[in-house]
Design a protein around this ligand. Sequence first.
Ligand SMILES: [Zn+2]
Length: 71
Amino acid sequence: MKHTTKKFEPLTAIEVCCPNCGGLAERHYSLQQALVRTQCPRCDYFMLTCADTGNVVEAYAPGLFMRSLGA
Ligand SMILES: [Zn+2]
């Protein structure tokens, strides 16, 4: 039997406290891409960071977070 299908490495997910709304958010680690994704289903908070450098690749946070950044 040939193993032709690419094996998708499952993401490791842990529960974290959302920095935006304080709710329950999920943090996913992608070892293949060396990325960490934090996602909150409650407030739509989203952050993508590089697992190696910790640099923020992409971030989105509605509501409170945006207001605290703005005027
Ligand atoms: Zn949230």
